[in-house]
Write a protein that binds this ligand. Structure first.
Ligand code: NAD
Length: 459
C-alpha cells in the first residue's frame, strides 16, 4: 500500500549550499527530513553529521539533527521521497556557455522524483529557474495527483542558517492554492512576510531580486569611476545617497563588483530569457559589462601602480572566495584578477582563510598559502580582493615591512588608507583619492588618470 503524503516528512534533493541548509533548518523545527544527494563525498559527510561546505553554524546543527535521527542522507530517490508530502528540488542550475540556466539537473531530479512520489505530494522547485519552467515541469510530469510550486530561495552564503531560521520573506508561487499554502507553512514565523502568487511571478521575483541588487552595485561602481575622475570620495557619495530611505546604503559598496554562484549566472540568465521573448534588457547588459570592467580596473591599478609592467613583479592577493565567510569560489573576482595579473607576467601569491582547497584547481599557476604574512613577504604590491575581517585586522606595519614594494590596492574599500599611508604604504582604493603619494603639483590632476592611480616609481 502506498503511504499517504505527509507534510511532516520533507525530501530535499541536493545537499548543496541551499539544499543542505534548508534541510537542516527544517529538521531543526521538527520535520523528518531526507536529503537525496548524488555526490558520494557530500552524502557521506552529511550522513556522518558533518557539513561538506563551509557555512557558519552548519556543522553543529547537522551533528544535532543527524544525531537525533531527524535528518538522513540517502542515495536512492525512492527512499528519499517515500511518504514525503513535500519534495524540495535544490539542485544546481549552472550557466550554459550561452548564458542560459542549464536545467538538466532540475529535469533529471524531477523526473526521478515523480516516479516514486506519493499521491498528493507537492514538488517545490527551489532551484533558480527561468520564467515558465515550473509550469513546463508540471505539464511534462504526466501525473495529475502531484502539484508543482516555485519556492525561490533568498538565503545569503555566509549567513545562510540565520536566513533560513528567520527568512526576510517567504515567496511561493503555483497554480494550486492549497499546495502553495502547504509549502508556505514550512518556514518562517508569524512575523515573516509572505507573498503567494503564480509560479511565473515567483520565478521572476527571484531573478528580479538578484538582478536589481547586482545593478545597484554596478551603478555605484560607475559612480566610483566618476568620483575618481572628478576628485569626489565614493564612500561619502554612497553614504549620502544611502541616507535616502528610498535608496538605502546596502549594496552601494564600490569595489570589485559581484561574483558568486548566483548574481553572475542569474543576471545573464534573466537577460537571455528576456531575449527569447524579444526584449533587449539593456540595463542588465550594462550591469554585466560594468562588473567585468571593475575587475580589469583593479588589475590596471596594480599595473599602473607598479610602473606599467608586471613582468617579474610579485603580487600578493588577499582573499579568494567571492565574499567573506564562505569557501565558494564560483565566479569569484579573485580568479579573473589573478589570471589577468599572471597573463601580464606577475608571480602571484594568494591567501584566504577558508577557500584555499576550492581555489587550488582554478589557479594552477598561483602560489596559495595559509598565512597572510607569508603571502605578502617580498611582494611588490598587495591587492585586497575579499573583505575578510582577518585582513582588516592585520598588523599593517608588519605587512609593509615584509613587502619589497609599498603599493596596497584595496578592491573593497575596507582598509584604513590613512593608517596604511602613515605606515609608509601607498594606498589605492576604488573611487577615492590614493593616499601616501607625494603631494601633487598645484593644478595637476593625478586622479584624472583612467585607473585612478598614477604610474609611480614605487620602492
Ligand atoms: P550546489 O551545486 O552547491 O548544490 C547542488 C547539489 O545538488 C549538488 O550537491 C549536486 O551533487 C546535487 N544534485 C544534482 N543533481 C542531483 C540529483 N538528480 N539528485 C540528487 N542530488 C543532485 O548548488 P547551490 O548553490 O545549493 O544552488 C542550488 C540552486 O539554488 C541553484 O539553482 C541556485 O541558483 C539557487 N540558489 C543558490 C543560492 C546560493 O547562495 N548558493 C541562493 C539562492 C538560490
Amino acid at each position: 500500500m502506498v503511504a499517504p503524503a505527509d507534510d511532516g516528512i520533507v525530501c530535499v534533493i541536493g545537499a548543496g549550499y541551499v539544499g543542505l541548509v534548508t534541510a537542516a533548518g527544517l529538521a531543526e523545527v521538527g520535520r523528518e527530513v531526507r536529503v537525496v544527494e548524488v555526490d558520494p563525498e557530500r552524502r557521506t559527510a552529511v550522513a556522518a553529521g558533518r557539513s561538506p561546505i563551509h557555512e557558519p553554524g552548519l556543522d553543529d546543527l547537522l551533528a544535532a539533527v543527524v544525531g537525533a535521527g531527524r535528518l538522513r542522507a540517502v542515495e536512492a530517490m525512492a527512499e528519499g521521497v517515500a511518504g514525503a508530502g513535500i519534495v524540495i528540488v535544490a539542485v544546481g542550475t549552472p550557466p550554459t556557455p550561452e548564458g542560459e540556466a542549464d536545467l538538466s539537473q532540475v529535469r533529471r531530479a524531477v523526473d526521478e522524483a515523480v516516479r516514486s512520489a506519493v499521491p498528493g505530494a507537492v514538488i517545490a522547485i527551489k532551484s533558480t529557474v527561468p520564467p515558465g519552467t515550473t509550469r513546463a515541469l508540471a505539464r511534462g510530469c504526466r501525473r495529475g495527483d502531484l502539484a508543482f510550486v516555485m519556492f525561490p530561495e533568498f538565503l545569503r552564503e555566509g549567513s545562510a542558517l540565520d536566513d533560513v531560521r528567520h527568512p526576510s520573506r517567504v515567496v511561493v508561487g503555483g497554480e494550486d492554492p492549497v499546495a502553495v499554502e502547504r509549502v508556505a507553512a514550512l518556514l518562517g514565523g508569524p512575523g515573516t512576510s509572505r507573498l503567494l502568487c503564480d509560479s511565473v511571478s515567483a520565478e521572476l521575483i527571484k531573478y528580479g531580486s538578484n538582478a536589481f541588487l547586482a545593478t545597484k552595485i554596478s551603478f555605484i561602481n560607475e559612480m566610483a569611476q566618476l568620483s575618481e575622475l572628478t576628485g569626489a570620495d565614493i564612500e561619502k557619495v554612497a553614504d549620502g545617497m544611502g541616507l535616502d530611505p528610498r535608496i538605502g546604503r546596502s549594496f552601494l559598496s564600490a569595489g570589485l563588483g559581484w561574483g558568486g554562484s548566483c548574481f553572475p549566472k542569474d543576471v545573464r540568465a534573466l537577460e537571455t530569457s528576456a531575449g527569447y521573448h524579444g526584449q533587449s534588457f539593456w540595463l542588465l547588459k550594462a550591469a554585466i559589462e560594468v562588473n567585468s570592467q571593475q575587475r580589469r580596473r583593479f588589475t590596471a591599478k596594480l599595473l599602473h601602480g607598479l610602473g606599467g609592467s608586471l613582468e617579474g613583479r610579485r603580487v600578493a592577493i588577499l582573499g579568494l572566495a567571492f565574499k567573506p565567510f564562505t569557501d565558494d569560489m564560483r565566479q569569484a573576482p579573485a580568479v579573473d584578477v589573478i589570471h589577468q595579473l599572471e597573463d601580464l607576467g606577475a608571480a602571484v601569491t594568494a591567501t584566504d582563510p577558508v577557500a584555499l582547497d576550492q581555489a587550488r584547481p582554478l589557479l594552477p599557476r598561483t602560489a596559495l598559502v595559509g598565512d597572510p604574512y607569508e603571502a605578502v613577504t617580498g611582494a611588490d604590491a598587495v591587492g585586497l580582493v575579499t573583505e575578510w575581517p582577518e585582513f582588516q585586522a592585520l598588523d599593517w606595519g608588519r605587512v609593509i615591512g615584509l613587502m619589497r614594494g609599498r603599493l596596497v590596492v584595496d578592491g573593497r574599500n575596507c582598509l584604513d588608507g590613512e593608517a596604511i599611508a602613515g605606515l609608509g604604504g601607498v594606498y589605492v582604493s576604488m573611487g577615492r583619492r590614493p593616499q601616501g603619494l607625494p603631494p601633487a603639483a598645484p593644478g595637476a590632476a593625478v586622479e584624472a588618470l583612467p585607473t585612478g592611480v598614477p604610474s609611480l616609481p614605487l620602492g
